[in-house]
Design a protein around this ligand. Structure first.
Ligand SMILES: Cc1cc2nc3c(=O)[nH]c(=O)nc-3n(C[C@H](O)[C@H](O)[C@H](O)COP(=O)(O)OP(=O)(O)OC[C@H]3O[C@@H](n4cnc5c(N)ncnc54)[C@H](O)[C@@H]3O)c2cc1C
Length: 369
């Protein structure tokens, strides 16, 4: 049995805590925020697993990890259900990309991009006409005359996932220490409240927090601000995330759980080059909500629960990296706007290339390559 310290109980930290504790390792997770007010980007995120939709803003490596993750998530969620008793919703309706009729230039550009990547119509994607768009999502504004449907994309209930991961890890013996900030000294040793953390291995999953408290960094890490609105509606039902192609902003609306007679949604997201964590600006709120109204006028009567903001951890190349500054220390960071899209693939890499015993589900030959 190996003793393992994990810094950060966001997406990577919780996934690793679960996989390692169920393998019999002694796991301690240190998280700077409190248990009831999570500060992770993972908590704010919309939870889309959308490698095709995101291809134009991500490189080949991220796309490939996205396809691997689409393969791995179902098996992981099944095991998580067994371990935690929590069934995490995993939306299988694909996702739908739309543009207003006046934004033809964006639409043409999208067509060129899709041609460029050499994907196959009817297996990877489907161009839809007016009737087909509204057959998939009857509550959308009637003005949409065309759409692009990615049937293989998925979305996950990220709040339920984070709860289930902690529960499953704790049941397997992991200990979570909230409101405990890890600091590093010059030798990259870990400290918490002046006490040295002495374990066999260290996994650094601090997201943007790494920037403040790491002794040295191999790459430039920055936070990229994202803002979302959480709302709920009695009148509108969506089966899948809807994205709007627009010259100024990229809006998405992700359906979440139905509670009573209301469906919950996450509306997002701005992408602002700033590490400001203060609350959402009037401008962002106006842009998000006016775009929302144009996508789905019936959401005018939706109720706003709250706005939320967070920082996506990003390296300059917008790719996630696993670094090993010392034999017993691994840093997993830079997941940027693709955390849910890349996390299972990163676990797989940690097992295959860095020898972590994670007992990952197998990947088909096609995706393992
Ligand atoms: C608005 C928004 C929307 C997003 N939507 C999507 C999406 O739809 N699909 C997708 O794939 N990705 C999405 N993402 C990205 C995704 O959330 C991130 O890529 C992912 O959460 C990164 O995981 P992580 O574990 O590296 O960091 P985080 O999830 O941020 O977790 C890091 C944790 O470390 C803790 N921490 C920091 N410093 C310390 C310290 N010194 N000691 C102890 N703990 C510390 C933090 O409090 C935090 O809990 C979105 C992000 C945002 C902000």
């Amino acid at each position: 049995m190996t003793s393992i310290a994990i810094a950060g109980a966001g997406l990577m930290g919780r996934l690793l805590a679960w996989r390692l504790s169920r393998q019999g390792h002694a796991v301690h997770v240190y998280e700077s925020s409190s248990a009831d007010q999570p500060a992770s980007a993972a908590y704010t995120a919309a939870g889309m697993i959308a490698p095709y939709s995101e291809r134009s803003v991500s490189d080949e490596g991220v796309f490939k990890r996205g396809l691997q993750s689409l393969c791995l998530w179902p098996a992981l969620l099944q095991e998580l259900h067994t371990d935690s008793g929590i069934e995490v919703a995993y939306g299988v309706g694909g996702s739908l990309l739309l543009a207003h009729p006046q934004d033809q230039q964006q639409w043409q550009r999208l067509r060129q991009q899709v041609d460029l990547y050499g994907w196959q119509e009817n297996s990877d994607f489907n161009w839809l006409n007016d009737a087909e768009v509204h057959a998939l999502e009857p509550d959308l504004a009637p003005s949409f005359k065309q759409g692009l449907w990615w049937p293989q994309e998925r979305h996950i209930d990220n709040h339920a996932l984070l709860t289930a991961l902690q529960q499953a890890a704790e049941q397997a013996g992991a200990v979570f220490h909230f409101e405990q900030t890890i600091e590093e000294d010059q030798t990259q040793g870990w400290w918490c409240h002046d006490q040295r953390i002495a374990e066999d291995r260290y996994l650094d999953c601090r997201g943007v927090g790494l920037k403040q408290s790491a002794a040295s960094l191999p790459r430039t890490l920055r936070g990229v601000r994202g803002e979302v609105c959480r709302l709920r509606s009695r009148d509108v039902r969506l089966q899948r995330p809807v994205r709007l192609l627009h010259p100024r902003y990229h809006l998405y609306l992700v359906p979440k759980q139905i509670v009573g007679d209301e469906q919950h949604f996450v509306l997002g997201a701005t992408e602002i080059e700033s590490e400001d964590r203060s609350s959402v600006s009037v401008r962002s709120a106006l842009e998000l909500l006016s775009a929302l109204y144009s996508v789905c006028p019936a959401l005018a009567e939706a109720r706003i629960d709250h706005f939320e903001q967070n920082l996506r951890p990003a390296y300059l190349d917008h790719c996630a990296h696993i670094d090993q500054p010392r034999p017993d220390l691994l840093r997993i960071n830079g997941l940027f706007r693709h955390g849910y899209l890349q996390a299972p693939a990163l676990l797989y890499e940690l097992q295959q290339q860095f020898g972590l015993a994670l007992a990952m589900p197998t990947l088909s030959m096609e995706h393992a390559a």
